[in-house]
Design a protein around this ligand. Structure first.
Ligand code: GLU
Length: 298
């Protein structure tokens, strides 16, 4: 049963959400996600929410946000008001971060990107592999975790910029039992064993962004009572981090439906910079909402 037909399940009180970041124009992949979310809610008399994930204030703009409203309305979608905009809720994410810090599961990470790169390069030059996460990014080195309290205090007192990172091994060691998530996207219900260790010490907040995607998404899904997260396969592996954070922060776990991705002519996942698959560009070319449904195979 593909994710498209999950909406036939007789489930009550479902709440879905489409959660785009206004850092570029929406494309066909976003249209698929938004339509599947709305469809699931509509077919079983649930609720469909739109959430604007604009924590990265350096890349998100009011123009792209307006573009999201225009594109979704053009597709015929409607959503509940008020729309939750993450930039208006930094306090919620900050208090979750404070909990993790108080549990001694987060630490200040001072290394710059360049310093991380240099450590990785030096290790790989000796023939030793460096662990990488499912997106191919190198794990964060242990250096900051091994600093003495005095060393840490000195850096903080000197106002050195830092990010809060999750101490992944320590966080995993607090778990009482197996960490699972309920996956419906493959067509059948499956309990998936989550493996957050493969991500290393993920970022929880940065000096220039008070929350990370991972932290804010689990807080918002819980606060908004989301029962079903319907999103692209590109976030399948990140679900392990989300389940871990939910467990640490005592938050409920929604069901997950990771759907197929729309690929470009080159066989790769669409990116926001590809104008030809942008919804506004397609609209300007004279395409209709039914053309969009056909293009994404709905
Ligand atoms: N904001 C994320 C994105 O733009 C999606 C988050 C989610 O659906 O969990 O891709």
């Amino acid at each position: 049963m593909p994710v498209e037909s999950m909406s036939d399940l007789p489930r009550q009180n479902c709440i879905t959400r489409f959660a785009p970041s206004p850092n570029g124009p929406l494309h066909l992949g976003h249209a698929l996600s938004a339509l599947l979310n709305a469809d699931m809610a509509r077919k079983i008399h649930g609720r469909f929410l739109l959430r604007i994930e604009d924590i990265d204030q350096t890349r998100c703009t009011p123009q792209f946000e307006q573009g999201i409203y225009d594109d979704l309305s053009w597709l015929g979608l409607s959503w509940e008001q008020p729309v939750r905009r993450q930039s208006e809720h930094f306090d919620d994410y900050r208090s979750a971060l404070e909990k993790l810090v108080a549990m001694d599961l987060a630490y200040p990470a001072f290394l710059t990107r360049g310093e991380v790169k240099a450590v990785v390069k030096a290790t790989e030059a000796t023939g030793m592999p460096w662990p990488r996460d499912p997106d191919g990014a190198p794990h964060y080195p242990d250096i900051d975790k091994q600093r003495t309290t005095a060393e840490r205090q000195d850096r903080l007192a000197a106002n050195a910029p830092f990010a809060w990172r999750l101490d992944m091994q320590k966080a995993i060691s607090t778990l009482q039992g197996p960490l699972l998530w309920e996956e419906y996207g493959s067509g059948q219900h499956q309990s998936v064993q989550a493996d957050p260790a493969q991500w290393g010490d993920v970022v929880l907040s940065r000096s220039d962004a008070p929350s990370s995607y991972h932290l804010s998404v689990v807080i918002d899904d819980a606060l908004q009572g989301i029962t079903d997260v319907v999103r692209g396969m590109d976030l399948y592996h990140a679900t392990a981090i989300h389940r871990l954070l939910q467990q640490l922060l005592d938050l409920p776990a929604p069901n997950y439906h990771h759907h197929r991705l729309i690929l470009g002519d080159d066989g790769r996942k669409l990116s926001k910079s590809e104008g030809s698959t942008g919804l506004a560009a397609l609209r300007a070319m004279g395409k209709t909402p039914s053309d969009i449904h056909r293009l994404i195979g709905l």
